[in-house]
Ligand binder design. Structure first.
Ligand code: ZN
Length: 457
């Protein structure tokens, strides 16, 4: 049977625009432009930089913003004061600016309190942060929950500072405002949701976290042009406090989450890393294993651990959502992590495209996977008279015919299409197309999934 003969039976697949690596590679110019626009913005967990970032993302995809007031209790935490910074610099006795926020957003410790003072080098030193092992890099430091201030600069520069008086100026404000997050929801045929989460709180850092933003934005943009079965919710929020806040506000709805992925660190040259959900056997974990086996040594699967990004909250025991994490080299496992060396030179367009391809391949399966019941289970039904099987005997059946037989044999209501594809060693799309064809002629009936389990057999 040729592809055109079975064409009418094939349900419209989602994300056809990202169905191959080359198609994903073709999206990289847009992704790169987005990252270049976002790179200079001074982001933090609240404030103007985060809003500016969401505004740029909102030019590409429809984004609904939520502002949660400072002081709002969110489980064991509360939404912090909003941070605003206008300028931050240090001048030496000759009035030469030795460090200035204008030159790099990493120069100022995020959430630094206001300072306007002149002090000795000894007094200044405890507020200077550097990386002695990498003396030319600027580290990334934050102090969200303890009032403090600091400047981050290359270790070589700190070493060269001479004793004397230094003028320190940080024109910042910490006062009640709000925490901002953005959501892009692509409504599907059903309310069951796929949750895609990425953090948006790091300043000028590329792999962590502009690649996650670019990956999520490209996926969302392509979803906007398709009609998925499941509903897709992309959340762009500050790390940790953002997911805690989102969960606190959406606790009543999280039962809809069938699958989820935390996206980030998607563009370095290391292998793709899928971190399993806390459940370990959620459907998304099985989908990831199925997709990534084709990547060979370019991908690896790791078990859940309560360290990392927003999976820490989404997979906390009170939620235990079926959410895995897709990254390349994980946090803290590459030397440029959280430093100025995490810039565009660390990012490889092919690697970012490969991450996009992996994520899209997983979501294409998640959207199409289902469990069916064979309505003619006693002996094989006659497929030839239904136009589904070649009419000439004696030739070896092709992949599609094999898929028809596998789907009929395994569809006793307990095996998903993914499980059948895995057992048969066939591509998922062929198995899903076979199921569509069999359902079309009344030989299969789709079983309604248990929305809360997120587990396939
Ligand atoms: Zn980070």
């Amino acid at each position: 049977m040729t592809g055109s003969e079975r064409g009418p039976f094939v349900a419209a697949a989602i994300l056809d625009s990202l169905a191959t690596f080359d198609l994903c590679r073709a999206r990289m110019d847009d992704a790169w432009r987005l990252m270049e626009r976002l790179y200079p913005i001074c982001r933090s967990i609240t404030g103007a930089g985060t809003r500016a970032t969401l505004a740029v993302i909102g030019e590409r995809i429809p984004l609904q913003l939520t502002e949660v007031p400072s002081g709002t209790p969110v489980f064991d935490w509360e939404v912090p004061n909003e941070w605003t910074v206008r300028e931050a610099w240090i001048e030496d006795e000759a009035a030469t600016r030795i460090v200035d926020l204008r030159n790099h957003t990493l120069h100022l410790m995020s959430y630094s309190v206001p300072v306007d003072a002149t002090m000795s080098l000894e007094e200044l030193r405890p507020h200077l942060y550097s990386l002695p092992d990498h003396p030319d890099w600027i580290p990334y430091r934050t102090s969200y929950y303890r009032e403090n201030w600091g400047f981050c600069l290359p270790h070589r520069q700190i070493e060269s500072l001479r004793p004397g008086r230094y003028r320190v100026r940080i024109d910042s404000e910490l006062k009640p405002g709000s925490l901002t997050y953005g959501e892009c929801v692509i409504e599907g045929e059903v309310d069951d949701e796929v949750l895609l989460f990425t953090h948006v709180c790091h300043p000028s850092l590329c792999n962590d976290n502009l690649t996650g933003i670019a990956l999520a934005t490209e996926l969302a943009a392509q979803f906007c042009a398709s009609r998925p079965r499941l509903t897709y919710r992309f959340v762009f929020a500050p790390g940790t406090i953002g997911s805690i806040t989102w969960l606190a506000r959406n606790e009543a709805h999280v039962g809809r989450v069938r699958h989820g992925l935390v996206l980030g660190l998607a563009g370095d040259r290391g292998p793709i890393t899928y971190k399993r959900s806390r459940r370990g056997d959620a459907a998304i974990d099985q989908i990831a294993a199925f997709v990534l086996k084709d990547f060979g040594a370019r991908a690896r699967m790791v078990d859940f651990s309560p360290y990392g990004y927003d999976e820490r909250q989404l997979c906390s025991p009170g939620f235990n959502l079926p959410v895995g994490r897709l990254t390349r080299t994980p946090n803290n496992e590459y030397s440029e992590y959280h430093s100025s060396a995490d810039d565009f030179s660390l990012i490889d367009k092919d690697a970012l495209a490969e991450s996009l391809f992996a994520a899209a391949s997983m979501l294409r399966i998640a959207d199409r996977d289902a469990t069916y019941l064979n309505l003619n289970p006693k002996c094989e039904p006659r497929l030839g008279k239904r136009g589904l099987f070649r009419l000439t005997g004696g030739t070896h059946p092709g992949e599609f015919e094999h898929a028809l037989l596998w789907v009929l044999n395994q569809s006793d209501g307990s095996s998903s299409l993914l499980a059948i594809a895995r057992r048969a060693g066939l591509p998922f799309d062929i198995v899903a197309s076979a199921a569509d064809a069999l359902a079309q002629v009344g030989l299969l009936r789709r079983q309604e999934p248990d929305a809360r389990s997120g587990v396939v057999s």
